[in-house]
Design a protein around this ligand. Structure first.
Ligand SMILES: Nc1nc2c(ncn2[C@@H]2O[C@H](COP(=O)(O)OP(=O)(O)OP(=O)(O)O)[C@@H](O)[C@H]2O)c(=O)[nH]1
Ligand SMILES: [Mg+2]
Length: 473
């Protein structure tokens, strides 16, 4: 074990239950901060060693014993000791593993609070890890994303971010910007003498390289967002086509109300499902027609809003209707109106017509789209549909082959701002503008990049990030 010779300013002791509340084999209560060894000492008795003291224990040691309160034994526990700076928060920490009943765990927490700990706020342990420099802001956010990950791919992306791949890239960019900024500042200091510490063509070339790198990261957001939030998939079509039935079949549960009455679904319904490691955020919408009343009108307005935000549109058609080709113009219009989305035509209710293949073929020719036949009510064709959906999602993913991905809107916006500042700087250099102006733009770019990893930080950003954590993390 390497010993790190830094001293951490330890903050007031905090305590929290680190595991989900509920019944389980084990649960963990953790404490961190100034004096936690003394606090743990007051409630813990080590089995077979009455003179044991946490303050004398080495780090990374587990001690078996029991927690007591004024009335006696609370539970048998294993106490894990972490000595500053070698802990998650870099402060002194103790983790008590006890039996996983909600009453036991809360009781242990209460005993620790009674002895001088304060209940931790959401994300406070991770916040301390950040403030003490153990992780940067990006890595702290990645921990949050890892906890909230709902698919394997989202989890993997978060792990890569936690390992610091994006941080390393951004730090390198910052270094370069800092160097250029410093040279320009130096020029300003010597402005009387009219010297140029960095040739403008050299600076231009460097900024262009940075700009290209920024663009790659900015473009990776589309992919990153999909990995994190899922493919925004909207089921659209006329009333009664079977949209709600399809949503239920894909989810494997009766989530949406199905009825033979057209106009059943009014407000949209959103649920996630994972297929082939990809998460789809499915939205069932109100059937599209000239609205019958005020409520349906509003429902249809919301349908269009959801459709406009979709990555993937499943356009459902009741293929058993003889007028099924009537819908071709509507599909053509979708293709024009929503060019950013992928569109898949789903020809539903194939069970009602003996020869659906011919109709599917005609639809394919008339629309130029992929067409998948289903009988959603019976689950027929749905596996094939899932496969097509996965392939389309992969297509969306593959649009960007970046090794490092941007998954957060906060990062995306900061990168876009940085890129804009560099663009401005490039234009100013092109116009032979004053050094002050170029330096100003580079300083802004530097700040925007720094905001991401937390080199430039303010309370608002910190609250935004850590408040979405659970207590105990
Ligand atoms: N035979 C057959 N009937 C289906 C199929 N899918 C849906 N249905 C029936 O079609 C009717 C309408 O289904 P819904 O899922 O409510 O249709 P919807 O598109 O959500 O309709 P709105 O919410 O009104 O827009 C119901 O009676 C379903 O049982 C299918 O694959 N085959
Ligand atoms: Mg419906």
């Amino acid at each position: 074990m390497t010993t790190v010779s830094i001293t951490i300013q330890q903050q007031e002791p905090i305590a929290a239950i680190a595991t989900p509340v509920g019944i389980g084999a084990l649960a963990v209560v953790r404490i961190s901060g100034r004096g936690v060894f003394d606090i743990a000492q007051k409630v813990f008795r080590k089995k077979g060693n009455p003179s044991f003291h946490f303050a004398q224990s080495k780090g990374f040691r587990a001690h078996f014993g029991a927690v007591h309160d004024s009335e006696g034994l609370v539970d048998e526990v294993v106490a894990l000791v972490f000595r500053s700076p070698n802990s998650f928060t870099m402060e002194d920490m103790v983790e008590l593993s006890c039996h996983g009943g909600p009453v036991v765990v809360k009781h242990i927490l209460k005993v620790l609070l009674d002895e001088g700990c304060r209940l931790a706020e959401p994300g406070e342990f991770t916040r301390r890890a950040f403030l003490n420099g153990r992780i940067d802001l990006l890595q702290a956010e990645a921990i949050g994303e890892m906890i909230h990950a709902r698919s394997e791919s989202a989890f993997r992306t978060a792990v890569t971010q936690m390992e610091g791949a994006l941080s390393t890239r951004l730090d390198a960019m910052r270094e370069e910007l800092l160097r250029s900024c410093a040279l320009l500042e130096l020029e300003l200091d010597f402005s009387e003498e009219d010297v140029e510490f960095q040739s403008r063509t050299g600076l231009q070339a460097e900024l262009q390289v940075l700009q290209a790198e920024l663009s790659l990261l900015i473009d990776s957001y589309q992919h990153g967002r999909i990995l994190k939030e899922g493919v925004a998939t909207v089921i659209a079509g006329r009333p009664n086509a079977g949209k709600s039935t399809l949503l239920n079949t894909l989810l494997g549960e009766e989530r949406s109300i199905v009825s033979h009455q057209p106009g059943t679904t009014r407000d949209y319904i959103e649920e996630c499902f994972v297929h082939n490691k990809t998460m789809f955020r499915l939205t069932d919408t109100a059937g599209l027609r000239e609205g019958e009343g005020e409520i349906e009108h509003e429902g249809i307005r919301r349908s269009y809003k959801k459709i406009s935000e979709a990555d993937l549109i499943l356009y459902l058609i009741d293929i058993s209707r003889n007028e099924y080709l009537d819908e071709v113009p509507a599909i053509d219009e979708f293709l024009v109106r929503y060019p950013a989305a992928r569109l898949l035509v789903v020809a539903n209710k194939t069970d009602l017509i003996p020869e659906s293949d011919e109709r599917l073929k005609q639809l394919r020719t008339a629309t130029g789209c992929d067409v998948c036949g289903t009988a959603a009510a019976k689950g027929e064709g749905v596996e094939w549909l899932k496969l097509l959906m996965s392939n389309m999602a992969e297509g969306l993913h593959r649009q960007q082959e970046a090794s490092v991905l941007v998954t957060s809107l906060r990062h995306y916006e900061a990168l876009r701002n940085a890129s804009e500042s560099i663009n401005n700087a490039l234009e100013l250099i092109g116009e032979n503008a004053a050094t002050e102006l170029v330096a100003f733009e580079l300083r802004s770019a530097l700040e925007f990049v720094g905001e991401i990893t937390g080199k430039v930080v303010n309370e608002e950003i910190l609250s935004l990030i850590f408040d979405r954590f659970c207590i105990g993390k």
